[in-house]
Write a protein that binds this ligand. Structure first.
Ligand SMILES: [Zn+2]
Length: 191
C-alpha cells in the first residue's frame, strides 16, 4: 500500500509522515535526489533552529558581512537590480515619510554639483524640516540660498532662509542687497 502511494509522483515526508507530491520536496543540496523532509517541515525546522540560535547566527552573519564586503556589495546590487518594482515602492514610501530629508538631499546634491561648500549639520537639516512643516500646513515656501550657489554662495545654515516660493522664483540667482550680504558674512565669521 505504502509503496503504491510512494510512486513516482509522491513520497512520504520523514518528519511529518504525510504523503506529498514530489514538488513539495526540494532538491538535496549535498546528495543527488530529493530531500527526505517536505518544504513545510524544512521551513519549520529551519525557523526553530534560527529562533534557538538567533543571537549566535546574527553575530556570525555580521562577522561574515564584515569579512566579505565585496560579496555583500555584489549581492545587494543583484537584489537591487532584480527588484525594480519593490525598489520604486520603497523610494515612494521613503519620500512620503521623509519629505524634508528628500528636499534637503536634493539641495545638497545641487550644491555638490556646483562645488559649493557644504555644511551637513543639524542646523541645515532643521531648516529643511521647518520648510517641510510649513508646506504641509499649505504654505508655498522654498529654502533659498541668500547668496546664490552660482555666485559662490555656500550650502550652510547662515546662507539659508525660508521664503515664499514666488519671491524666490522672482529673486532667481541675483545677489542679495548689501545689508543682507554683510549679515551672512557676519554670521559666518562668528563661527
Ligand atoms: Zn513534512
Amino acid at each position: 500500500m505504502t509503496n503504491q502511494i510512494q510512486s513516482e509522483q509522491h513520497r512520504i515526508c520523514n518528519k511529518c509522515h504525510q504523503t506529498k507530491s514530489l514538488n513539495e520536496f526540494r532538491l538535496n543540496a549535498r546528495k543527488s535526489g530529493l530531500r527526505r523532509d517536505c518544504r513545510d517541515c524544512e521551513r519549520f525546522y529551519q525557523r526553530q533552529y534560527y529562533n534557538k540560535n538567533r543571537v549566535r547566527l546574527l553575530k556570525r552573519g555580521a562577522e561574515w558581512r564584515k569579512a566579505n564586503p565585496e560579496i555583500v556589495k555584489a549581492l545587494n546590487q543583484q537584489y537591487y537590480d532584480s527588484n525594480p518594482e519593490r525598489r520604486k515602492q520603497q523610494w515612494l514610501d521613503y519620500q512620503k515619510r521623509h519629505p524634508d530629508k528628500v528636499t534637503a538631499r536634493a539641495a545638497q546634491y545641487r550644491a555638490l554639483k556646483r562645488d559649493a561648500y557644504i555644511a551637513d549639520c543639524p542646523q541645515v537639516r532643521a531648516i529643511y524640516k521647518e520648510a517641510t512643516r510649513l508646506r504641509q500646513q499649505g504654505l508655498d515656501v522654498h529654502v533659498d540660498h541668500i547668496i546664490p550657489l552660482s555666485k559662490g554662495g555656500e550650502h550652510a545654515w547662515y546662507n539659508l532662509r525660508i521664503i515664499d516660493a514666488k519671491v524666490n522664483l522672482r529673486k532667481s540667482n541675483t545677489m542679495p542687497c548689501k545689508d543682507l550680504l554683510q549679515e551672512v558674512m557676519r554670521c559666518k565669521n562668528k563661527l
